[in-house]
Design a protein around this ligand. Structure first.
Ligand SMILES: Nc1ncnc2c1ncn2[C@@H]1O[C@H](COP(=O)(O)OP(=O)(O)O)[C@@H](O)[C@H]1O
Ligand SMILES: [Mg+2]
Length: 405
């Protein structure tokens, strides 16, 4: 018997649930697409394209809609004899305008003429970029996806001005900047803001109905007929809507639920499989999150778990500091000063392990934060097992550990 054999009862195209799969149709974004289309209208008129800034939380379809529309735009441009080139750059691994320029040049050049990542004077790199862009001619749209990863904004300033500054003669270039982080807009210098954000588009989070439509569309491609009943779609959608209105999260959950069904040798995906899948995803999120923390991060987290088990949360950083110092003492580790300890609390809330809420002091004014745990403590204690061994347990922690067995 073969050790590996295709399991064909559940998935017919599992890859359709992956993030990099591009759906042929976009569902439930009619209004946003309409705004996007009108922002791109100058392209079809053969005019200078507007620069567009698109923002919205993770998983709300920014990348998918942009890819979809640019594809349509290219088709229509060909029909109306508009000379259009589109370039998409993901800035996730790029942190400076210099790196972005090199990447753009290499995208446009033949492999044998590619530049090295470093070692050229900045002016020279810019010069090469203008030569490449001007050599194309016509209209060029450059998409900077995850643009907030670029720390200096000079390229976002220079490209829109290139024509006015005499650097481009034959090409009209427009930029589409995409960001998960609306605050990024405020970090831009005002001259970049006014040029990059000529047209601003915002994509809101998805509600459960919209997520259901997206999931259904994708499930029909990924799974065999009648493998995914309505209630499974509804459950994955409800989960995504409750958390962040994030389509990616819901699609991941559906894929994992499918994997569970395959593993169980089932002939349908069930609601129970979705529950199991959620637990698996939650577990790996926590295990990965905790594994990525430093030892100090582990000690801060353990102090917070202790307070949670004692019913002392939400609580202020000061109370956590007191407990954390005891924990450090037990671990024979030098404690951090409160400021640094608070940085770790901030990191925990960024990871979604803890939550941080701002409170007002009332009459006397002033604000402070309260922290609580936002994660299943059993999973955390499992992920923290080395710290628990090193520090030892309190009564409340022992009680939970006993309960678990
Ligand atoms: N309106 C939609 N219709 C179909 N699929 C969608 C839609 N919105 C998002 N998706 C899918 O959800 C996933 C996440 O969307 P993506 O565009 O990558 O989000 P963002 O770029 O906003 O983080 C992708 O697999 C994408 O194809
Ligand atoms: Mg994206």
């Amino acid at each position: 018997m073969a050790l590996f054999s295709p399991d064909t009862d559940i998935f017919c195209e599992r890859d359709a649930l992956r993030e990099d799969y591009q759906p042929e149709e976009i569902v439930g974004r009619d209004q946003e697409l309409q705004q996007y289309v009108s922002a791109l209208q100058p392209v079809i008129n053969g005019d200078q394209p507007a620069n567009i800034f698109l923002y919205g939380k993770a998983g709300v379809g920014k990348t998918a809609c942009t890819r979809y529309l640019l594809h349509e735009l290219k088709d229509d441009a060909a029909e109306f004899n508009v000379d259009l080139t589109t370039i998409r750059t993901n800035c996730e691994d790029l942190s400076t305008s210099y790196q972005v320029a090199i990447q753009l040049i290499n995208d446009l050049r033949d492999p044998e003429d590619h530049l090295q990542p470093t070692g050229y004077p900045r002016r020279q790199v810019n010069q090469w970029l203008w030569e490449e862009l001007d050599g194309i001619g016509g209209t060029i749209i450059i998409v900077f996806d995850e643009v907030d990863h670029i720390e200096d904004d000079s390229i976002l300033y220079q490209i829109p001005r290139a024509r006015a500054n005499g650097n481009l003669e034959h090409s009209k270039v427009g930029i589409i900047g995409i960001s998960n982080d609306f605050k990024f807009r405020e970090t831009l210098s005002s001259k970049v803001q006014s040029s990059l954000c000529e047209k601003e588009l915002q994509f809101p989070a998805y509600n459960a109905n919209e997520l259901r439509d997206i999931l259904r569309q994708r499930a029909d491609i990924a799974f065999y007929d009648s493998v995914v009943p309505h209630e499974v779609i509804a459950k994955c959608a409800a989960f995504g809507a409750k958390d962040a209105g994030d389509a990616r999260q819901s699609l991941d959950l559906l894929m994992e639920a499918g994997d569970v069904a395959v593993e169980r040798d089932a002939d349908q995906v069930t609601v129970k499989h979705v529950d199991e899948a959620r637990e698996l995803l939650e577990r790996s999120r926590i295990v990965d999150g905790v594994a990525g923390l430093t030892q100090q991060g582990h000690l801060v987290l353990y102090a917070l778990v202790m307070l949670h088990e004692e019913g002392e949360t939400p609580t202020r950083a000061r109370a956590i500091q007191d407990r954390y110092e005891i924990v450090c003492d037990r671990a024979a580790v030098e404690p951090l000063v409160p400021r640094r300890m608070r940085d770790h609390l901030g990191e925990l809330s960024m990871l979604g392990i803890a939550t941080r809420e701002e409170r007002n002091k009332g009459e006397s004014g002033g604000r402070y934060y309260e922290y609580s745990l936002d994660t299943n403590p059993d999973l955390l204690l499992e992920a923290l097992d080395e710290t628990v061994d090193m520090v030892g347990v309190t009564d409340a922690i022992q009680k939970r550990l006993d309960h678990d067995i």
